[in-house]
Write a new protein. Sequence first.
Length: 175
Amino acid sequence: MTTIASTGIVITADKTADGGAVGRVEWERASFMTTRTGEDYPPSLGDLFALARDGDGDSVTSSPYPVLDVHQAWEVWSMLTITVPGIEHRMGYRDDGTRTAWMLHPDGSWSRAHSPGDGGGTTVHQSGPRRLWDELDAIRARWLREGELPVYGARVTIDPDGTARLSRGGWTATL
């Protein structure tokens, strides 16, 4: 049994004769804080956050979904981490119900999504080589369309070198 860093995924597997393992992603969730020391602690994306905090970015769009605290939506969080590893999430709340979410990535990508407390639309600012909020919205659309995401319950094959392959239905991912 093991977890996958920066996700809510728990894998149980049986060792194979070649030193690999075969198992599945359990339906139960667990998460542990990533151990960090040295130059990367606290997180090193402070300069990028300074840009994302109030910047316009390369694009300004709207999202059909309200701002989501990704860490509270374990299935979405796990899928997003598998899809785009390395995202750092930050949330801001105001007394009037306004919510702002930031996603930062070491490749320089960032997004900021803002939903007013009155239930109005979500405005999304993004910049860098990836559109992080678009990745999140695609996962949320799949979740709503299919009623679940394929990560929990996925079959797992772990090679002797540690490469893990997840699959469920037509979905696959390699870690």
